[in-house]
Design a protein around this ligand. Structure first.
Ligand SMILES: NC(=O)c1ccc[n+]([C@@H]2O[C@H](COP(=O)([O-])OP(=O)(O)OC[C@H]3O[C@@H](n4cnc5c(N)ncnc54)[C@H](O)[C@@H]3O)[C@@H](O)[C@H]2O)c1
Ligand SMILES: [Zn+2]
Length: 357
């Protein structure tokens, strides 16, 4: 087992079940509840209960998927907590992907002015990204993560055994965020993970540890996202726009898939601005392209521009983006123009037109 200590909680990776029992036993917890969604109830809860030997006071279930990361779902969970007479010393264990973790963390932070919660993330994406950094929240009025707070969990427990039931697509989507962590902050890690013909044979403990250490370093120097934490948005300015337009089509993209595309386009922009060298751009493009085995559509440029202009990282009329200075080094608050975005998207299109001939 590996352990990463953050300022006020720790992340345990691997065979962490005894640690989980300790946190429940030694926290003067009055009652504890496990929050699952319909899928994690089926695929993760039985193993979780068998290995942790915990006997929660109740299991609270929500529907699965981003579509249910809403205030209505929160009401259901708050209701259940009241119904089971949860008090201020109760604990909520969030067993699921980023949706369960973000929503469960938000519900716990607001129930009776806040009860403790533990994150037991079950997707690769939620394990190496959503589980640390203290952001919890829900979507509102169609806007992602529009309501939320910064609140750290009491502990995070990461078990790679949960990937057994995760699709290859989901696994790759999580892997994309680790590629991002390596590109912004760790060149040796990039060299190690940039090619991976068989993701399932990855040495997960060491992989997760490296990736989480990068995120930890960044969130600890900037917990409230005033500056350096924007580094984590590399690939996301264009990626989010591509993800949003895909939502309205039959070919929806997973978050990490859109981020892969965003990272390629934004690397091209960094190259045209004289930040990345040509051989670095070629390295990034070739490596990231091997993970792009899905269809995507970036034809509607006006829609993409509108979405990018609405990005919450912008200031005034300026479109601000995190770019790479070189592999392993980022530059935040880089102003980019619509022409540059267009050129980045053209570059992206060229890569895959060429590949598909
Ligand atoms: N708080 C943060 O800092 C942060 C960072 C990144 C992403 N997020 C959030 O995380 C969410 C995306 O996370 P996600 O990709 O984990 O989404 P998710 O929670 O919707 O999980 C994806 C799907 O996989 C299912 N699932 C989960 N674990 C499984 C398993 N082991 N086996 C089989 N199926 C399983 C879920 O039920 C769901 O249907 C978004 O809402 C995003 O905003 C938050
Ligand atoms: Zn992301």
């Amino acid at each position: 087992m590996k352990q990463i200590a953050l300022q006020d909680y720790s992340v345990s990776i691997g065979n962490m079940w005894a640690g989980l029992q300790n946190v429940v036993d030694f926290n003067s917890v009055s009652k504890y509840f496990v929050l699952v969604d319909a899928m994690t109830r089926e695929y993760c809860l039985p193993e979780f209960l068998a290995l942790s030997r915990l006997e929660p006071d109740a299991i609270i279930e929500i529907q699965a998927g981003e579509h249910f990361k809403t205030i209505d779902t929160c009401q259901h969970v708050w209701n259940e907590l009241f119904h089971h007479q949860a008090d201020r010393n109760s604990l909520l264990i969030n067993l699921g992907g980023g949706v369960v973790g973000d929503l469960g963390g938000f519900v716990a932070s607001t129930y009776k002015r806040g009860i403790k919660f533990i994150q037991v993330p079950t997707t690769l994406l939620s394990q190496l990204d959503a589980s640390i950094g203290g952001k919890v929240g829900i979507d509102f009025l169609g806007l992602k993560n529009a309501l939320g707070v910064f609140k750290n969990p009491s502990a995070v427990f990461i078990y790679p055994g949960f990937y057994k039931t995760l699709s290859d697509r989901q696994l790759k989507s999580g892997y994309a965020e680790a590629l991002k962590h390596a590109l912004i902050a760790d060149k040796p890690m990039w060299e190690e993970i940039k090619i991976n013909g068989d993701i399932r044979s990855t040495d997960w403990i060491s992989f997760l540890e490296k990736s989480l250490l990068i995120k930890k370093r960044i969130v600890e120097i900037d917990p409230l996202e005033k500056g350096p934490r924007k580094a984590l948005n590399f690939g996301h300015t264009i990626g989010h726009a591509i993800e949003s337009i895909a939502l309205d089509t039959d070919a929806t993209l997973l978050h990490g898939e859109a981020v892969l595309l965003g990272m390629i386009a934004e690397s091209y922009i960094a190259f045209t601005k004289g930040l990345l060298k040509e051989e670095e751009l070629a390295d990034i493009t070739t490596s990231l392209s091997t993970f792009v085995d899905f269809e995507f559509d970036i034809e509607n440029r006006d829609l993409i521009y509108n979405l990018v202009k609405g990005d919450k990282k912008n200031e005034g009329n300026k479109i601000l983006c995190t770019l790479l200075n070189s592999i392993g080094q980022y530059a935040i608050n880089q102003e980019i123009s619509l022409e540059e975005i267009n050129a980045g998207l053209n570059y992206l299109e060229e890569q895959f037109d060429l590949k598909n001939v």
